[in-house]
Design a protein around this ligand. Structure first.
Ligand SMILES: NC(=O)c1ccc[n+]([C@@H]2O[C@H](COP(=O)([O-])OP(=O)(O)OC[C@H]3O[C@@H](n4cnc5c(N)ncnc54)[C@H](OP(=O)(O)O)[C@@H]3O)[C@@H](O)[C@H]2O)c1
Length: 267
């Protein structure tokens, strides 16, 4: 089975032509991992870009996420079929529960059973969760068994290092996918990051992406600009020293951006 490349292209906020162009630029530049979601409203454009890029489907690691209003057993699998139709593919590589339900209007048992059914039916290769707290991840592992949850996609960047969540994921062999690696641009203005970037003749974004990689996080920055899409991919060739890593570790400050009113009680 394909493994998830450590660097993918995110598509949150990208609509219509911007979503198509961003995914097309990413695939042309050499990205082979694309992250979308039902709620982003761009699965059709992502699918069109994948088809038009002529990159063979089997080379692309594609993730989508089921939105919270589709968690019941009546709506879950039909929504996955709808996603596949929009994405113009007969499977996704990874299907995630986008957010846990705060008040379990649908029980976790019910929606994880549907998630597993999507895998058993061959609609998806791997299954995982997003924005799950440690208590919720433990509950999910109890329901699905060990070794089933591929990733927990959570906000991670130098200003929100999410150490407790990372520790539990690592202990259970659950990959941490860190979303919003640049804190939507905030960490790229950080003096320490800029100084380390200068010392490596790299961009601040490359420093953040190297930090993610060297901490074993998969990550999915988004960009609408060819120059940024291409230079982000070159973060591969940047290797931070132990002292760079230690300095970036001190930047942690609980600076959380994705915190809607339906968010769980964070660890
Ligand atoms: N699971 C979830 O609940 C969840 C929540 C949020 C996000 N996500 C995923 O994570 C992805 C990334 O998060 P995000 O898009 O919110 O934030 P982000 O990746 O931290 O930041 C995106 C911003 O960074 C800029 N940027 C990218 N490369 C740059 C570079 N080299 N130099 C300077 N600026 C650069 C982009 O501007 P330009 O367009 O100008 O390059 C854009 O404004 C999303 O697209 C989505 O796929 C998941």
């Amino acid at each position: 089975m394909k493994t998830m490349p450590y660097l993918g292209a995110g598509t949150f906020r990208l609509k219509e032509q911007a979503a198509y162009d961003s995914v097309m630029m990413a695939l042309k530049a050499g990205y082979r991992h694309i992250d979308t979601a039902q709620i982003y409203g761009n699965e059709a454009e992502v699918g069109n870009a994948m088809v038009d890029s002529n990159v063979p489907r089997k080379e692309i690691f594609l993730t989508t996420k089921v939105w919270m209003d589709k968690f019941s057993k009546e709506t879950f699998l039909p929504s996955v079929h709808e996603s596949l139709e929009k994405l113009k593919t007969d499977y996704v590589d990874l299907l995630l529960i986008h957010w846990p339900l705060k008040n379990e209007e649908v029980s976790m048992q019910e929606y994880l059973t549907e998630l597993k059914a999507a895998k058993d039916q061959g609609l998806v290769k791997q299954i995982g969760v997003s924005n799950f707290t440690n208590a919720q991840l433990k509950q999910a592992i109890e329901i699905l068994g060990e070794g089933v949850i591929y990733t927990n996609q959570v906000e991670v960047h130098p200003y929100l290092q999410n150490r407790k969540v990372v520790e539990l994921c690592k202990a259970n062999d659950v990959i941490v996918t860190g979303y919003m690696p640049f804190a939507y641009g905030d960490v790229l203005k950080d003096e320490t990051i800029i100084r380390i970037a200068d010392s490596h003749k790299a961009t601040p974004a490359q420093i953040v992406l190297a930090w993610m990689r060297q901490n074993d996080f998969v990550t999915i920055p988004s960009s609408t600009k060819q120059k940024n899409i291409e230079s982000n991919l070159k973060a591969d060739s940047v290797t931070l020293s132990q002292s760079d890593l230690e300095e970036i570790a001190t930047l942690d400050r609980n600076h959380r951006l994705a915190n809607p009113d339906f968010a769980p009680e964070w660890d």
